[in-house]
Design a binder for this molecule. Sequence first.
Ligand code: ARG
Length: 464
Amino acid sequence: MAKTWSDRFEKSLHPVIAAFNASIGFDIELIEYDLTGSIAHARMLAKAGIISPTEGERLVSGLEQIRREYCQGDFQPGVEAEDIHFAVERRLTELVGDVGKKLHTGRSRNDQVGTDTRLYLRDQIHQIQGQLLDFQRALLTLAEANVETLIPGYTHLQRAQPLSLAHHLLAYREMAQRDWERLADVYRRVDISPLGCGALAGTTFPIDRHYSAELLGFKHIYANSLDGVSDRDWAIEFLCAASLIMVHLSRLAEEVILWASQEFGFVGLKDSCSTGSSIMPQKKNPDVPELVRGKTGRVFGHLQGMLVMMKALPLAYNKDLQEDKEGLFDSVKTLKGCLGAMTILLQEGLEFRPQRLLEAVNEDFSNATDVADYLAAKGVPFREAYNLVGKVVKTCLEQEKLLKDLSLADWQALHPAFSEDIYQAIAPRQVVAARNSYGGTGFDQVRSALALAQNHLQQLSSEL
Ligand code: ARG
C-alpha cells in the first residue's frame, strides 16, 4: 500500500491500522464540498500570486473533472486514500500532473476538513429548514379543516378540558417554527470560514482568507487559527437543535400512536402509511410514528457522543475530531427521514374519526371547570364554586351520571345561582368556544392564530 505522507516514513501502515485510521468510508459524503473548497483555495492561491494563473486554472479544471467522474460513478476511492482530502489530491495529480501537488500550499487538512463540514452543514440546514416549512404547511392544512372538531385535552394523560383539534395541531406548528428559528441561529455560527487557519497557526504564505471565504459564501472568517481548526461548537449546537426537533416529532408521534389505538380510536391510519402484521391479520400498525419515536434516541446519542468527544480535548486538532462526522451525518439523515415521513403522515395518513371524537368529549367531566366558572361569574368565589362542583362530580359518579344528566332541580338544590343556561354553558362546543382568552382554544382565537401562522409561513416560504 502506498504511503500518503512524507519521506520521513520508511514503511507503509499495517493494513489493519490503515483501515482503522481511514475515514474515506464515511467522509466520501463530503466530496462535493471538498471539491468546492479546493476550487476556492486554488483560485485564492492564484489571485494572491502564490501560484500562477495558469496553474490555478489547471487545478480548477482538474477538480471539476473529478466532480464529473464522481457523478458518473467513475471515482470511487478506497481505503488506501485514507480520507477524502488525500483521495482528491491524489486523483488531481494523476489528472493534471505535478501542478496538482501545489494545491495544498498554505492550507492543512485541518482547516480543509473544517471547511468541508461547514459547507455540508450549511446546505443541510437549509434543506431541513425547507422540510420544517413543509411540515408546518401540513399541520396548517389539517388544522384548517378541523377548527371546530373537538378532541379531549389532557393533563397527566387524564381528561382535562376539551379542545379544538386545530388548537392541538397548532401547538406543534409553534414548536416547528421555533425549530426553524433555532436552525437559522445555528447557521450563523456554521457560516464562518476556517480555511487558511492552516494546521493550527496560520501560514507563511500571503494568503487571502477573506477572498476564499467570499468565494465559498461564508459570512465571516475565524479570527483565531487555533480556534478555527478545533472548534466544533457549531456541530454540537446543530445536534442540540436536531435533538429538539426530534423531541417535538416524538411527542406528536406518541400522540398519533395513542390516538390510533383501539382504546382511544380518535384516528384511523390510512393504508399508505401503516403496515400489517405477519401473523395477526386484524392488525394495522403505526410504524411511521413508532420509528420516529425510536429514532429520536439515536440523535440524542450523537449529541452526547459529540459532547463527550470534545470534552477536555486539548488544542488544537486531534484525531479524535475525525469522530465528529458519522454522528453528524447520521443525525442529518435521520432527521430528514423523520421530517419527511411525518409530513406525509399528516398530509395523507390520518383519518380523524369525528363520531368517536364527539362521543369522547361528551362522555366525561371535562366540563367541570366550566360549572365552577359559571358560578364564579355569578359572584360565587371561585374556590367555593370549585369545592361545590367537586361534590357534584362525586355524586354523579356514584349515580353513574354525567353533569349534563342533572335536572334543573338538581342544579338549583346545589346552588340557587344555577338556571336553565347551565346546560348551554357545559355543552362541549360552548366549553371550547368560551376559552377565548389570547392563545386559548376558543374558535375565534384558533382562527386568528391560524391566519397569523399562514401569513408567517407564506412570508418564510417566499424568503427561501
Ligand atoms: N480525516 C481527517 C478528519 O476527518 C482529516 C484531518 C486530518 N488531520 C490530521 N492532522 N491528521 O479529521
